[in-house]
Design a protein around this ligand. Structure first.
Ligand code: SF4
Ligand code: SF4
Length: 129
């Protein structure tokens, strides 16, 4: 079922689990982001879009796929907001919309035997909801 813009924004807020309403748009996160030069929407802008419920704009942005999850933005934020988690939330929602429930614990025998446990757990996090 296709989600409405409002439902997508709610999911992004839930996945990001960071209080974006605390953002004062100071721009420190964007200034410190090492991947900012490659981004169409800087971290502070992504936070602003989420505050305003613009999930459609966020899912069309290329920025989340340039983000390296270095957490520098979160580290620099004076308001305790995590733009990194916002980026991750967009990646998760985009992947879930594309693939749905692709992984299931019942099919564990189908996964490579030499797959690192950490990779398996990370994949479950992304694909099984
Ligand atoms: S550093 Fe924090 S308060 Fe400043 S723009 Fe970024 S998210 Fe908002
Ligand atoms: S976590 Fe992503 S958005 Fe934040 S500073 Fe690093 S690359 Fe930039």
């Amino acid at each position: 079922m296709e989600l409405s813009k409002k439902e997508m924004a709610e999911q992004l807020l839930s996945l990001a689990a960071t209080d974006v309403k605390r953002c004062v748009q100071c721009g420190r996160c964007s200034a410190t982001c090492p991947a900012g030069f490659k981004m169409d929407l800087l971290p502070s802008r992504m936070v602003w879009e989420l505050v305003n419920g613009n999930a459609d704009v966020m899912l069309e942005a290329k920025s989340p796929w340039s983000c390296m999850s270095c957490m520098a933005c979160e580290e620099r934020c004076p308001r305790g907001v995590s733009p990194a988690r916002v980026m991750e939330a967009v990646r998760l929602l985009a992947i879930r919309q594309q693939g749905g429930n692709r992984l299931a614990a019942e099919n564990l025998e189908n996964y490579p035997k030499d797959m690192p446990q950490q990779a398996l757990v990370a994949a479950f996090r992304k694909y099984n909801k």
